[in-house]
Ligand binder design. Structure first.
Ligand SMILES: NC(=O)C1=CN([C@@H]2O[C@H](COP(=O)(O)OP(=O)(O)OC[C@H]3O[C@@H](n4cnc5c(N)ncnc54)[C@H](OP(=O)(O)O)[C@@H]3O)[C@@H](O)[C@H]2O)C=CC1
Ligand SMILES: O=C(O)C1=N[C@H](C(=O)O)C[C@H](O)C1
Length: 237
């Protein structure tokens, strides 16, 4: 598979290593200093572009990929207010895969989160809140993963209808507490608390390898497909 990398930071570099080890070639690398790379023949020849950049640059990058008819596997978080534009492009024939978190472990955690929320729906004495911890360089809060976890709870707990950052919550909201500390790759924990006890579930990423491998697997899955795709299309559990 011929891969274009958009963003060559912590994730872009790790994705490059894993993609090469799986026999793929990197035909183009585009970052903030090399944006005219989108016009190159190498970029246009890619089977797929893997995009890990910044919340403010992601949509523009997706649109440049669509203009060149290159399918996109998107990892950048913090741009979801533009999702309708991306879905419209997919209805018009483009291909786009998005996951707030590509790691297998986190996707198992997403399933456990929904299962626990379904049980907790009937136990109204329990409050629910979330904490996420990431490195100090992270630009968005809450994390994309925290948003997906909150959506999984809202789908299953009738007394919760929305999420907000800790300081802004109402009783019907899930409160998300965001901590930025050192070089933490990513920790997410959900707490259910009653007068009697606390039940919590936690995912703690030891490094970024899981995210990067998942993104390469998603790129392999995306090749030859059309439309809007996500982890639910690739993983069946
Ligand atoms: N979905 C998932 O599984 C995961 C998602 N993420 C998300 O991925 C994103 C990137 O993370 P990470 O690699 O750690 O971040 P880094 O800051 O390490 O890397 C970002 C890269 O994007 C480049 N960049 C900045 N602006 C542009 C632009 N306009 N066009 C192209 N490239 C640009 C930067 O270039 P320069 O250095 O020159 O500024 C840098 O190379 C974040 O949104 C993060 O939340 C992270 C891990 C997992
Ligand atoms: O910025 C990061 O580093 C991460 N971002 C993703 C998110 O916002 O959920 C995934 C992971 O937690 C690491």
């Amino acid at each position: 598979m011929k891969i274009a990398l958009i963003g060559y930071g912590k994730m872009g570099k790790m994705i490059e290593q894993i993609a090469l080890s799986r026999g793929h070639s990197i035909v183009s690398i585009i970052d903030e200093n090399n944006l005219d790379g989108f016009d190159s023949e190498q970029f246009k020849s890619a089977d797929v572009a893997i995009e890990f950049t910044t919340p403010s640059s992601a949509l523009d990058n997706f649109m440049k990929c669509f203009a060149a008819n290159v399918p996109v596997v998107a990892g950048t978080t913090g741009w979801l207010e533009h999702m309708s534009e991306v879905k419209k492009a997919c209805e018009d024939g483009q291909t786009f895969f998005y996951a707030s978190n590509y790691s297998l472990g986190v996707n198992i955690f997403f399933a456990v989160n929904k299962y626990l929320a379904k049980i907790m729906n009937q136990f109204t004495d329990y409050s629910v809140k979330m904490e996420e911890i990431h490195h100090i360089h992270k630009l968005d809060a809450p994390s994309g993963t925290a948003i997906t976890l909150a959506e999984g709870i809202i789908e299953n707990i009738d007394r919760k209808t929305d999420w907000h950052l800790e300081a802004e919550t109402k009783p019907e909201d899930i409160s998300i507490h965001c901590i930025r500390e050192g070089e933490v790759p990513g920790i997410h924990e959900i707490f259910y608390e009653s007068e009697a006890d606390i039940i919590s579930i936690k995912h703690d990423a030891k490094n970024r390898k899981g995210f990067a491998l998942g993104a390469v697997l998603a790129a392999e899955f995306t090749c030859g497909k059309k439309g809007f795709l996500g982890m639910q299309d690739m993983l069946h559990f």
